[in-house]
Design a protein around this ligand. Structure first.
Ligand code: ZN
Length: 427
């Protein structure tokens, strides 16, 4: 079933999904008290779920469920059968603990291998893996996939930027895997050290773990002289390798839907949305043993298309995730997504792809404060630049920032390890 499914007919895919969903629901009901309780409340017995079309009848799972059931309440196997643990740190403190059986790890390895192949990585490539190793799923997830396809992996992990640059130079890495913000940071440090990206073998950067806009992607491609491929995944579902763009078309991310079933729902009502409409991505695991997850609300905003891709793969594709449902900022009654601000500013040639958004409340009124960074190639007056940013933001957001400050190159703090933070809501 594995690789054939990438080009299978819709009917074959749906049949396999239905069968796997039935097994997953039966397993979750039998072994996880929370799911049994939820299904009982909804008046559903596992036998009611006969087909993949029945999925909207199932209750949803949220990140709060992971926290409430900390550490192992959602596990569907005994600890003896758990082969590995990962965890994702939340902003609220309690981490989400996720577990894997050996078979889960084998599937993860396979979907990650498929992802790398779709991204154009071959057995002769050297892959510098700069996702963090450890409890974060990025490092070990990508690592296993690289080994599976027979390429060479350099297990760099995050940070250590000077050494990262020497490795790129001395070991002729063809592929770099890291967050979008780190790839820009690396490009800057390379420039400081007089390393010309064109002199490197590096041709592909596989970026993920943070939302980013197309404008940001173009900055990365120009700064490192590479093709930037978007990868998606999350620990609650498996880790990296849930979906990826194919290098052939780069028109959305192929979801490995024989293992992960996607829906897009209205973030407020939770109602499923039709193909092509943007909403919140909801994922169901179809083969996970240690931690089956029914209809997980990812918080990521995207849309789906079932059209066949130019690359020949027939799997459903999701749009690049530029934001999350909880990113939404309400400023004086207007809805503002940070990605809209990013798009406007990063598209301006005079502005560097680094910014900061501060929200405060003064005298019961919201204040939106933007800090932009002057691109080093721009040496005109900054007062004029701030004014132009303000005008452009107003045209796009219909809400005027209360202040736009333009700082010198390097003036905005960089993130060397972990996920970048750009929004500071002080309200
Ligand atoms: Zn494709």
């Amino acid at each position: 079933m594995s690789h054939h499914l990438e080009t299978a007919s819709r009917e074959t895919i749906r049949e396999a999904q239905g069968e796997r969903l039935r097994e997953t629901v039966a397993d979750a009901y039998e072994k996880v008290p929370l799911y049994r309780e939820r299904l009982d409340e909804a008046g559903i017995v596992p036998e009611d779920i006969a087909h993949i079309d029945d999925i909207p009848d199932l209750p949803m799972t949220t990140k709060e469920d992971f926290r409430d059931e900390y550490p192992d309440g959602l596990f569907a196997v005994e600890w003896d059968d758990v082969t590995r643990i990962h965890a994702s740190s939340g902003t609220t403190g309690t981490p989400k603990i996720v577990s894997y059986t050996q078979e889960d790890l084998d599937i993860w390895r396979e979907v990650m291998a498929r992802s790398l192949v779709a991204a154009g990585v071959t057995a002769t490539d050297v892959v510098q893996n700069s996702y963090g190793y450890g409890l974060f799923t990025g490092g070990l997830g990508v690592h296993a996939g690289v080994e599976e396809i027979g390429a060479c992996v350099i297990p760099m992990g995050g940070g250590n930027t000077v050494r990262q640059i020497s490795m790129l130079e001395d070991l002729d890495s063809d592929v770099l895997t890291c967050t979008p913000s780190y790839s820009l940071y690396l490009a800057e440090r390379m420039a400081d050290r007089g390393v010309d990206p064109e002199s490197l073998d590096l041709s592909t950067v596989i970026i993920g773990a943070e939302p980013f806009t197309d404008a940001m992607r173009e900055e990365i491609e120009a700064a490192l002289d590479v093709t930037a491929i978007d990868i998606y995944g999350l620990s609650e579902i498996i880790g990296p390798g849930v979906s990826i763009e194919c290098a052939a078309a780069q028109e959305g991310l192929h979801i490995w839907e024989d293992h992960f079933y996607p829906e897009v729902v209205d973030p407020e009502s939770g109602e499923p949305l039709p193909e092509g409409e943007e909403g919140e991505l909801v994922l169901t695991t179809l083969t996970k043993q240690a931690l089956p997850v029914l209809r997980y609300r990812t918080g990521d905003m995207t849309s789906l298309t079932y059209e066949e891709c130019d690359c020949g793969r027939t799997t459903v594709r999701m749009d690049n995730v530029t934001g999350r449902t909880d990113d939404l900022l309400i400023v004086r009654g207007a809805n503002v997504y940070p990605s809209q601000i990013e798009e406007v500013m990063v598209e301006m040639a005079e502005v560097a792809p680094h910014y900061r958004i501060d929200l405060r409340r003064e005298d019961e009124l919201d204040r939106l404060e933007i800090t932009a960074e002057r691109h080093e190639s721009h040496d005109g007056p900054v007062a004029d630049l701030a004014e132009r940013i303000e005008t452009k933001l107003y045209e796009t957001l219909s809400v005027s920032p209360d202040s736009v400050e333009v700082v010198d190159p390097g003036g905005i703090e960089r993130t060397e390890v972990g996920k970048v933070k750009r929004v500071y809501d002080h309200r």
